[in-house]
Design a binder for this molecule. Structure first.
Ligand code: CMC
Length: 435
């Protein structure tokens, strides 16, 4: 097998040998770094369809086969046997923790599970009905103001503390968004509760009513968080890396990731799915929505369907779908009509040529909202839940990038298609032709 690819400029006859790099899995990658120096050309790949932006040892996914692994562990095994905190440790440090390491990690998180009281004032600047993702963007960005001067991003100890701060504080920021919307007092974090139970307690306990933990709900949310913890170089993770490559404050980088995640094409889809299922209202209306999704003149897309990488069933969706069934059996709060619509919609879409030809399958967001609804989490908080879980992946990817020997500022190039050079025209002499 050749270790290089020859690129020939047919116009000049000049040619270069580009090294081919091999990872553990996945397609080989052509190293085109010398292309500009040797041939004076860039590569063109809008949307990064075939561009590997970095080396990474954290997550691997094979979209054709529907495989997802973190540090070599298949997502199915992690979902079945692990916990979210264990997965956080795995993403950060590369190995599953021993009991001692896990206890130490938990103790380190507990040390950091308070936020400055002053942060409360940031929330009061938002209207009670502000979208929680808008608040998350601002509040997470505000966190950078507490950890800036003293934080040395080149110091591995500071980076490690930063990662622990992110994982410890994100549940607090997220729960406070909900409390702000409800007009309820903020609830402090508790060291004696597990990570997910503590989050639910901060969300739902009230001064006059304690939160009664439901083990099924805790396990379902833990599972959902495992499934959202990391997903390779997706748009929000790439945003975090790109911001981080400029040596920006890591909390501000996470805020940038939250901005990207909010988009409907990305994490915002979970909220959009539930709104869509509610709008469909009755299974008899499904064909009308399928027709809308297929109509090229209609911007509507079937939310929770399709993925840039998965051209097969998203393995996370398979797990969540089953979890929905289990929840229906165990909790009576699952809004079954929506689940029924979702299952019928999936069945109809998967038999439709439009979806078959384009390899459009349900993704992680298709069923997650149904679980969140069952847990009593309001629809506008769904993408916040995604952000909460994904912050572990974001900060793990940031940590990895900071020690990458290829670390340098991310700076894509472009194909300029604008006007050729021209001379400035004083305002009174300009024509109206561009109107
Ligand atoms: N409904 C209808 N048609 C679709 C859909 C959909 N959900 N997704 C893709 N298509 C069509 C698209 O119109 C195009 O058709 P054609 O070839 O005739 O022009 C073809 O499928 C390929 O689509 P694309 O836009 O080129 O694919 P992409 O890889 O750029 O986009 C996607 C991927 C996830 C943004 C897109 O599938 C989508 O918008 N899905 C709905 C939103 C969604 O569920 N997002 C969550 C993604 S997974 C979790 C996450 O990332 O956070």
């Amino acid at each position: 097998m050749s270790d290089t690819v020859t690129i020939i400029d047919n116009k000049t006859g000049k040619q270069i040998e580009c090294p081919v790099l091999y990872g553990t899995y996945g397609p080989p990658v052509i190293d085109t770094k010398s292309l500009y120096n040797e041939l004076g050309m860039f590569t063109f790949d809008p949307g990064y369809l075939t561009t590997a932006s970095c080396r990474s040892a954290i997550t691997y996914l094979d979209g054709e086969k529907g495989i997802l692994m973190h540090r070599g562990y298949p997502i199915e095994q992690l979902a079945e046997q692990s916990t979210y905190l264990e997965v956080c440790y795995l993403l950060l440090y590369g190995e599953l923790p021993t009991r001692e390491q896990y206890d130490g990690f938990r103790a380190d998180l507990n040390k950091r599970n308070l936020v400055h009281e002053h942060l409360e004032r940031f929330y009061t600047g938002y209207l009670y009905d502000a979208h929680p993702m808008a608040i998350m963007v601002g509040i997470t960005g505000a966190l950078s103001s507490y950890y800036h001067e003293a934080l040395d991003i080149n110091d591995p100890v500071d980076r490690d503390i930063t990662a622990k701060r992110v994982i410890a504080k994100m549940p607090i920021l997220a729960a406070h968004c909900y409390k702000h919307a409800m007009g309820h007092p903020f609830v402090y974090s508790r060291d004696d509760l597990g990570y997910v139970q503590n989050f639910l307690n901060m969300m739902f306990s009230l001064p006059n009513r304690a939160y009664v933990p439901n083990p099924t709900a805790i396990r379902a949310l833990d599972l959902l968080m495992i499934l959202h913890a990391d997903h390779e170089q997706n748009a929000s993770t790439s945003t975090v890396r790109l911001s981080g490559s400029a040596e920006a404050n890591p909390f501000a980088c996470i805020a940038a990731g939250i901005v990207t995640l909010w988009g409907r094409a990305h994490g915002g889809a979970n909220e959009a799915v539930l709104r869509m299922l509610t709008e469909i209202k009755d299974p008899k209306n499904i064909p009308q929505y399928i027709a809308k999704a297929k109509d090229k003149d209609d911007p509507f897309r079937l939310m929770g369907f399709g993925h840039r990488v998965y051209k097969n069933y998203d393995p996370r969706a398979t797990i969540i779908r089953k979890a929905c069934h289990d929840l229906i059996d165990e909790l009576n709060t699952v809004h079954q009509p929506l689940f029924e619509i979702a299952m019928q919609l999936e069945e109809i879409a998967l038999k439709d040529d439009y979806f078959i030809e384009r390899k459009l399958y349900p993704n992680v967001d298709f069923y997650s909202g149904i679980i969140l609804k069952a847990l009593g989490i309001p629809t506008s908080m769904y993408t916040v839940m995604f952000a909460l879980a994904r912050s572990a992946g974001w900060i793990a990817q940031w940590m990895e990038m900071m020690t990458d020997p290829d670390f340098r500022i991310g700076r894509p190039r472009q194909l300029y298609i604008g006007t050729e050079k021209r001379d400035y025209v004083p305002m009174e002499k300009r024509s109206q032709r561009h109107d």
